[in-house]
Design a protein around this ligand. Structure first.
Ligand SMILES: [Zn+2]
Length: 77
């Protein structure tokens, strides 16, 4: 897999910290599984994980949460 940012083929399975800051709600999720570029540090999050994160952000917004920090937990399927 090639890095979308620098184009180097050096993505490695790892974890990243996801941060979303919008509409008065800040969401930080640690230990998010991602492919991390060894060259520039760009983290590529797969679609399923991105969807989980989006749901989390939407839930936080809906409930009026000002800030939320948590570790990533895959949604049981
Ligand atoms: Zn890169």
């Amino acid at each position: 897999m090639t890095c979308p940012l620098c184009g180097q083929d050096v993505l490695r399975a790892g974890v990243t910290t996801f941060v979303a800051d919008a509409s008065g709600t800040v969401v930080v999720v640690r230990n998010v599984p991602a492919d991390v570029c060894a060259e520039c540090g760009e983290a590529v999050i797969n679609e399923d994980v991105a969807q989980d994160l989006e749901d989390l952000v939407n839930d936080a917004r809906r409930s009026g949460t000002e800030s939320l920090v948590r570790h990533y937990q895959p949604v049981a399927s």
